[in-house]
Design a binder for this molecule. Structure first.
Ligand code: MV4
Length: 518
């Protein structure tokens, strides 16, 4: 086993990897940009190395420099987390060539799944169902029209080098194809430096269901069931759960076997995920394979009862998986809300500022995977995801009730967050019935993001705001800074024990009421 690992990431996933290492008795080296000097991942690691200025292009993305730091600090392996360098085959290759272990799949497997057209060809040859369409890119509009007419409109134009929805165009009639093809090619060229575009049949109103795969170097490839990720906006997932209401044990076994076949075809080792569309008839189609640990991995951990990040590290060190496929049946229900620094009532505009106050939910079945603390400065250099709130309960209804309870316990002061939006999703009857699909959130945005209109809620928020203003003004009138802080933080009169103030302060109660009513 490794004795020291470099964590080539930041925020919640860097902390998540550090925690896994600590439990395995592995020392950690954090890297950080100038913007992250006081970040929790820097403090929690055994060592930390400044690698550049705030822009990730000059810090977290400079692979050669990170490898140099790894060699200098004497680690045996690098964990890339997600995003940043996690799916760059050149980085995985460079780590290997430096005599270090990349905690992820082989560079060849990243390459094989990187191009969408070559991934389609690879998995089709292994018998994996893909959406009807071409495997090669189309030459011109005439060819595209002929192909589209062979399986019927609507069709979807996709960038061969793509992923994440860039260069995609839905085309509903032959007369629109030429223009759509030209603009898809232009977007693909700009985004990927490659204008190759191919055609698929467009699947209407499907779910996004993905299968977690775990493979070792000894030929063991297992699947850990599905995650339902349909609640997304502009290809950014907001809520994920495991299992999926749409997946029976029989379908899970079939989709799982399909994901294992795709992973085997790519020579896959480590943790990975096969993404599928699941249509309204229960037909599923392979979309792509994500060759990294994913943001939403905790929901699988909770229902399957294992630590995926620890197993990533173990298999990268050469350990054999001690499990059999029959060991994996989902237990209960897990749900994750991505808490972002975005303002849902303002088009999810990124919100910046300092986190002035943070109160985290606790209690039965609640997990917080975060990268923030009171005092954290939230800027625009990195992804707006601050943390993930994850719950586990016996049933889906109880998981929703638990998430609702935990979201209400959560207080984040100083910036706008997605908290209130998540509460509204939890209260939505269609979400409660599990009647979700990939367009559900975007079709329900007005109801889920409208500013509060309940007059009593507005009145309550106004009273709470006045109370905050009052206690702060009182505090400001006191000469001594320390005394001012004490006044601002005065406890409720009822909340004293033997004359000592305890429990929530007026400011806390007021802020919490203002948040709750919104
Ligand atoms: C599709 C599709 C419908 N039909 N392909 C979006 C990004 C890329 N990974 C593939 N995507 C889609 N491919 C066919 N033939 C709908 C989507 C899609 C989507 C897929 C998964 C999760 C969210 C999505 C949101 C919009 C569209």
């Amino acid at each position: 086993m490794f004795s020291k690992v470099l964590v080539a990431n930041r925020g919640e996933i860097a902390l998540r990897v550090i925690r896994a290492c600590q439990e395995l008795g592995i020392k950690t080296v954090a890297v950080y940009s100038a913007a992250d000097a006081r970040a929790p991942h820097v403090r929690e690691a055994d060592e930390a190395v400044l690698v550049g200025p705030p822009p990730s292009s000059q810090s977290y993305l400079v692979g050669e420099h990170l490898i140099e730091v790894a060699l200098r600090t004497g680690v045996q392996a690098i964990h890339p987390g997600y995003g940043f360098l996690s799916e760059r085959a050149w980085f995985a290759r460079a780590v290997r060539e430096a005599g270090l272990v990349f905690i992820g799949p082989p560079a060849e497997a990243i390459d094989a799944m990187g191009s969408k057209t070559s991934a389609r060809q690879l998995v089709m040859a292994a018998g994996v169902p893909v959406v009807p369409g071409t495997t090669d890119s189309v030459r011109d509009a005439d060819e595209a029209i002929a192909i589209a007419q062979s399986f019927g409109f609507p069709v979807l134009l996709k960038a061969a080098a793509g992923g994440g929805g860039k260069g995609m165009r839905i085309v509903r009639a032959a007369s629109d194809l030429a223009d759509a093809l030209a603009s898809a090619k232009r977007e693909a060229q700009n985004a990927f430096g490659d204008d190759a575009v191919y055609i698929e049949k467009y699947i209407e109103g499907p779910r996004h269901v993905e299968i977690q795969v775990l493979a070792d170097m000894h030929g063991n490839v297992l699947h850990l069931g599905e995650r339902e990720c349909s609640v997304q906006r502009r290809h950014q997932k907001m809520i994920e759960e495991a299992p999926s209401v749409a997946v029976s044990p029989e379908l899970r076994a079939r989709m799982g076997a399909t994901a294992v076949a795709a992973a085997r075809a790519a020579g896959y080792v480590n943790a990975g995920t096969c993404e599928f569309l699941l249509d309204t008839n229960g037909q599923y189609y392979f979309l792509e394979m994500n060759t990294r640990i994913q943001v939403e991995h905790p929901v699988t951990e909770l229902v399957m009862g294992l630590d995926l990040v620890q197993w990533q590290i173990r298999v990268a060190a050469g350990e054999a998986l001690p499990f059999a496929q029959k060991d994996f049946t989902p237990r209960g229900w897990a749900m994750e809300c991505r808490i972002t620094s975005e303002d849902p009532s303002n088009g999810f505009l990124p919100s910046t500022g300092r986190i002035e106050y943070l109160h985290l939910p606790t209690g039965p079945g609640v997990r917080w995977d975060g990268g923030i603390e009171a005092g954290s400065d939230i800027g625009l250099h990195y992804d707006p995801m601050l943390a993930k709130l994850i719950v586990h309960a016996p049933t889906r209804a109880l998981a929703i009730a638990r998430m609702r309870r935990a979201l209400r316990e959560l207080t984040i002061d100083g910036i706008e967050t997605s908290r209130g939006f998540h509460l509204r999703v939890m209260d939505h009857p269609e979400f409660q019935q599990g009647a979700i699909h990939i367009q559900w959130l975007e079709q329900n945005l007005p109801a889920l993001t409208a500013p509060v209109s309940d007059p009593s809620a507005i009145r309550l928020a106004a009273v709470a705001a006045a109370l905050v203003a009052h206690t702060e003004r009182q505090a400001g009138h006191v000469a001594s800074g320390a005394h001012a802080a004490a006044m601002g933080e005065a406890s409720l009169p009822s909340a004293t024990v033997r004359g000592e103030p305890t429990g929530p302060t007026w400011r806390e109660v007021a802020r919490r009421e203002a948040l709750r009513s919104s």
